[in-house]
Design a protein around this ligand. Structure first.
Ligand code: UDP
Ligand code: MG
Length: 323
């Protein structure tokens, strides 16, 4: 059966990297569930350059599940990049992103959809009401991460909301319209500011296989998160420069006092003076450079200044003088 060409109501985007163990269970649970929703749908599986049997299993599955769509990335590009690919490819009116490992129960998809329709919102976050399935280290680092990010993004970021969420077509188009690379979805979506709701769910253990997020990928996500929303690390040089400048003034005074009281070794005063002053000047210049780089960086992201949510001119139920 060929792929239906009409726009489906729901697109389910699933990034997958080396998930051969979990794949059969995932399909077994997902397929009847989505069929049972009673709406048109597509499942966009983004194979993030898997090197195990995932690709073969997927090619097999596409033949028996017409709503299954396969997007394969050339190489492993990371979870967020795989989600980006899914956002660009999906066609549905609503888009749900879900992990392949069944940590996010697929049964909750119906609740996300119902919340979006009943409350007429564009974003429905899946929020973990219980993280006891995660290790202590993961819970602690996650808490630190969300706290820091709330401050940097300057908006409410739902705590414990991962990448299990539903968004409307408006949000998908807005995200795809952002020119920046390396976007972190769990920050960019709250940053856009569309009306949102939350659905609580209990996060399960990984159904099979091991985590595909190693320490390097986790640190990468943390660095991307900070640098995408803040130039604060670049400003550090300015503050260090100012601090160094004050310190060197104290040094110079100290060195002169020692010289005048006649206790100094010949050459010591001039050496200390030179080191302190040059060090401070260098740090200040670095800080200045940092300020300009920060400006360039922020403007190079080319984020839209605003996104229009409603315009009465485009609303048929609202009369304006433009008629
Ligand atoms: N994933 C991916 N590319 C990667 C790493 C992970 O597409 O480079 C997918 C993975 O297959 C899974 C989801 O992202 O569907 C979340 O990964 P995982 O469950 O390993 O992360 P954890 O739940 O341990 O944070
Ligand atoms: Mg997982």
């Amino acid at each position: 059966m060929p792929m239906p060409t009409a726009v489906p109501v729901l697109s389910v985007v699933v990034p997958m990297y080396d998930e051969e163990e979990v794949l059969p269970i995932f399909f077994e649970r997902m397929h009847p569930l989505l069929d049972g929703l009673g709406i048109s749908y597509e499942v966009v599986v983004v194979d993030d350059g898997s090197r195990d049997g995932t690709a073969a299993l997927l090619s097999e599955a596409v033949r028996t599940w017409p709503q299954l769509r396969l997007v394969r990335l050339l190489r492993n590009s990371g979870h967020q990049a795989a989600l980006s690919a899914g956002f660009r490819r999906a066609r549905g009116e609503y888009l749900v992103t879900i992990d392949a490992d069944l940590q996010d129960p697929p049964e909750v998809i119906a609740e996300l959809l119902a919340a979006a329709r009943d409350q007429d919102v564009d974003v429905v976050y899946g929020v973990r009401s219980d993280r006891s399935s995660d290790t202590w280290a993961k819970r602690t680092t996650a808490r630190m991460y969300y706290r820091l990010m709330c401050r940097l993004v300057g908006r409410e970021i739902p705590f414990d909301a991962g990448d299990f969420r539903l968004v409307s077509r408006r949000v998908v188009d807005a995200v795809n319209g952002l020119p920046e690379d390396g976007r972190v979805f769990r920050l960019v979506i709250p940053w856009l500011g569309f009306p949102s709701a939350e659905v609580r769910y209990v996060r399960a253990e990984r159904a099979a296989g091991v985590t595909k997020y190693n320490l390097r990928k986790m640190l990468g996500l943390a660095f991307d998160s900070v640098t995408a929303f803040s130039a604060a690390p670049l400003r550090l040089a300015t503050w260090l420069g100012l601090f160094g400048g004050l310190l060197s003034i104290a040094f110079v005074i100290g060195a002169l006092v020692i010289k005048l009281t006649g206790q100094s070794i010949p050459g010591w005063t001039s050496t200390v003076l030179a080191v302190a002053v040059i060090g401070a000047i260098q740090l200040l210049c670095l800080g200045l450079l940092g300020e300009y780089v920060a400006r360039l960086f922020l403007s190079s992201q080319k984020r839209p200044q605003f996104l229009v949510g409603y315009d009465s001119l485009e609303d048929p139920g609202h009369h304006t003088y433009a008629e």
